[in-house]
Design a protein around this ligand. Sequence first.
Ligand code: ADP
Ligand code: TYD
Length: 208
Amino acid sequence: MFITFEGIDGSGKSTQARLLAETLREAGHEVILTREPGGSPGAEEIRRLVLEGDPDRWSAETEILLFTAARRDHLERTIEPALAAGKVVISDRFADSTRMYQGLSRGDLRPTVDRLHQMMIGREPDLTFLIDIDPEVGLSRAKGRNGHEERFEDMGLDMQRQMRAGFLALAAEFRLRFHVIDGARAAEAVATDIAAMALSALAGPDYD
Ligand code: ADP
Ligand code: TYD
C-alpha cells in the first residue's frame, strides 16, 4: 500500500508520517518512510537544486521538470521496489504537491503538470492524508525550524492560503483516496485518527 501525506508547510506532515510508520511497524508491517522532493540518492541531489539558492533560479516550467525528474527517480529506485516486495510505503509529499505548488502558484500550469505526470509517473497513492491547518499556524511552526530550505516557506501567507484552498479542492477531486485531517490539534490526537484510518484500509477487502 502506498500512503502519502500532503498539506502546506508546517502542517505536521513529517511528524505524522513518522508516527504512522512507527504504528504500522508495531502492527507488524514492513514500512518504508520516504519524502519528496528526495527519497532516493538522485532525487536528493535534485532536492538541493530546487530548494536551495536563488528562488528565481528556475522558470516555472523548468521547476515542473525538476520535480518530476526527482519523482521518477524516487519511484524507480525506492517506491516501486518496496511495493513489489509487499512493503507499505509512506511518503511525506508526492505528486499532489506538484499539482499545487507548480500547478497553481505561478499561473495555471496544472494541465502541464498533469500531462507530464501521466507520461512519466502514472501512479497515484492508495491513500492520501491531507493535514489541513490555518496557514498562520503552519507558517509559525515552519519558521520555528532552522535550515537553508526557505525557498517555499518564504512564499508568504496569501500564497499559503491559496495552497490550503487548492489542497482542499484537490481532496474533493480525488475523494476516494483523500482523507482530510484537522491538523490543529495535539500531534498525538491527529496521529490516533490517521492510524485508525490506515489500519482499517490495510485490513480492508481491497488490500492483500
Ligand atoms: P511539515 O512536515 O508539514 O512541514 P512538521 O511535521 O515538520 O510539518 O512540523 C512543523 C513543526 O511543528 C515541527 O517543529 C513540529 O515539531 C511541530 N508540530 C508538528 N505537529 C504539531 C502539532 N500537532 N501541534 C504543534 N506542533 C506541531
Ligand atoms: P518539504 O520538505 O515537505 O517542506 P515542509 O516540511 O516545509 O512542508 O517540502 C519542501 C518544499 O518543496 C515545500 O515548500 C513544497 C515544495 N514542493 C514543491 O513545490 N513541489 C513538489 O512537487 C514537492 C514534492 C514539494
